[in-house]
Design a protein. Structure first.
Length: 252
């Protein structure tokens, strides 16, 4: 049975996270991970919840923004995610999750610093195919272990100064197919969530769809500079929160 307090607080978290994700294209897991953990949801359950909600909310984005997708780049991200997901399954079984979360937070902050340092570049660029595959692989690894699969691809696209519309569309394709593959892999590996999760998702998925719909409508209307600053700000806030949370767990 779902704890009513967890259900209510989780509903607020899912709505806020999907609304912000609709604006910037990727931030659902970044916002939902630390807040759902704070509410009292175990990490293994959080991973599945975030995968399902992000998958469902991004389906409508793919339908609405399919013309903006860079399909070549999206395919490379997905190709890279496959070995990343498999490595994540192994890592999840042998490495303390708090250590993974701390490492992810530190790497995220370092990457943001590198992108900000190069922020004066006036024109957009496109990363090499190899770098795109690596970003997809890191996303797959982080997705299985912490649900933060959007961070590496988002950092890549932000560093390339990709337009808001294309960034949202590419990441939507990555989330839909990558999350589906992650969920199937977790299921086959016997790492299923608690029974109550499926009952909670009956409420949280529709709430997530509403939040995403509202956010997606706002995102493309934002000036690029504001969009970029908001994106980096969200990543920094999440990197700090994840790192602090992991440190407290390790010393607690």
């Amino acid at each position: 049975m779902v704890d009513p307090t967890v259900l209510l607080l989780g509903t607020l978290v899912v709505f806020a996270a999907t609304f912000l994700a609709g604006i910037v294209g990727f931030a659902y897991g970044l916002v939902a991970l630390p807040l759902l953990l704070l509410v009292g949801v175990p990490l293994g359950d959080v991973v599945v919840i975030n995968m399902v909600v992000a998958l469902a909310s991004r389906l409508s984005v793919v339908a609405r923004r399919h013309a903006d997708v860079n399909w070549g780049r999206a395919r490379l991200l997905l190709v890279g995610s496959v070995p990343g997901i498999l490595l994540g399954i192994v890592t999840r079984s042998h490495v303390d999750t708090d250590v993974i979360q701390l490492a992810a937070g530190i790497v995220t902050l370092a990457a943001v610093a590198a992108i900000a340092a190069g922020g004066r570049r006036p024109r957009s660029r496109e990363s090499s195919p190899a770098l795109v595959v690596v970003a997809g692989g890191l996303g797959g690894l982080l997705g299985v272990t912490t649900s933060l699969n959007g961070v590496p691809p988002a950092l890549l696209l932000t560093g390339d100064r990709t337009s808001a519309r294309t960034m949202v569309a590419d990441l939507a394709v990555y989330f839909v197919l990558g999350n589906l593959l992650t969920l199937l892999t977790l299921s086959q590996s016997g790492q299923a969530p608690s029974d109550w999760v499926w009952s909670a998702l009956l409420l949280w998925v529709p709430i997530g769809l509403l939040g995403s719909f509202l956010g997606v409508g706002l995102g493309p209307r934002m000036p690029y500079t504001l969009f970029r600053r908001l994106t980096l700000g969200v990543i920094v806030a999440s990197g700090v929160a994840s790192s602090v949370q992991a440190v407290l767990s390790l010393i607690g």
